[in-house]
Ligand binder design. Sequence first.
Ligand SMILES: C[S@@+](CC[C@H](N)C(=O)[O-])C[C@H]1O[C@@H](n2cnc3c(N)ncnc32)[C@H](O)[C@@H]1O
Length: 405
Amino acid sequence: MNAFLDAYRVLSRVLKEGARLKLALSELPAGEHGLTVKLVYSALEHEGYLSLCLKTFAKKTPPASVRIILKIALSAMLFADMPRPVSVNEAVELCKTVGKGSAAGFVNAFLRAFDESKVAVPEGLEGLAVESNFPLFAVEEIAARYGARARDILLAKSSGVSVRFVRGMERYLGLPHKDTPFERVKIFANFTRDGGFSRGDYTFQSIGSVAVCSVVEPCARLLDACAAPGGKSVLLAEKCGQVVACDVHAHRVRLIESYARRMGAENIRIEEGDSARFEPAFDCAFDGVLCDVPCSGLGTVAENPDLPQNKTKESVAALGKLQTAILENCSRYVRPGGLLYYATCSILEEENDGIVRAHLEAHPEFSAEAADCPLPHEKTRYGLQFLPDTAFGAGFYVSKMRRSE
Ligand SMILES: C[S@@+](CC[C@H](N)C(=O)[O-])C[C@H]1O[C@@H](n2cnc3c(N)ncnc32)[C@H](O)[C@@H]1O
């Protein structure tokens, strides 16, 4: 086992190929990966700061592979308490192992000369962007909305592993955990999956996802229009007569199938389909429709430090078009008098109230309804915003709209 090499493989998948962190980690061969995980998470959580370190100490921008090797070594020194000479040696060996032997001298010299006291983090919002790893446009927006609280929101850490129990919860309560406003959801410092997982005794579900489901009213027929991997569909199936769970990607539809099977949810009908395109059979066919749309994910950075990569104002605006198209189309599936829900795991106004506002302005037959939730939140004009500093690290949004009779 070579933690530097494994970290290099994972970070190359994430930073060079755009793969999601959890997928890249799952591709590692079976074994003990504690140090690899530590190196990878700290390299991504401190991406902004490590890039600044590279800019400060390298005269020319090194190629992508060498930047990754340097970031791993810096993470080991600065965040994993690895003695500096060991980190330098490991990094030099890594250069040779991955065919970058010609960069070994540069890597060696860079790391020996590195001195963090010479890295000048900028003041103000730019500094907060470096520290929090959020893109500057997002930092500016959150600061404009929440003032001094922006720091707490952007630097909030994950509270641990959120587990939602169906049965047998008492067996696990001896492990260090935090209670949440949801009786059957606990947040554990560490939680190792055991046989109870495949028996459907519990599932790993973000507290924000549970909070969004708590806003959805029980009804006979609910459409979950963007349903994979299926966490919300399965929970909502407990309080709805039937849930139709739809997702556009075939491989993700299979995730819903296995999730529903594992949890023994029998009242879920699973369909592959594009929720941005009109399906005549769904016209006015549902009491409730949930659009848990694809989004920037910038509310879940504490758990997914790879998410800020490549997020720009333009990429968020492009997602906005898809979010609007899904909401617009799915609103036609709500029966008169029924409820339409719009949810994201984002803290950006333009993905949340911004999309809902445009929908309500274009569709006077819908009006925002008051919603409430026991998880701490801010009330926005059209919905509830859960923020990472007060909601166990989770930043989620949900709006509830009623279609007139
Ligand atoms: C935020 S995730 C949904 C999470 C899910 N509701 C849960 O709680 O487990 C968004 C999902 O939307 C799906 N998606 C993206 N575009 C879509 C479209 N046009 N129609 C239906 N689903 C879509 C993605 O494949 C992704 O699974």
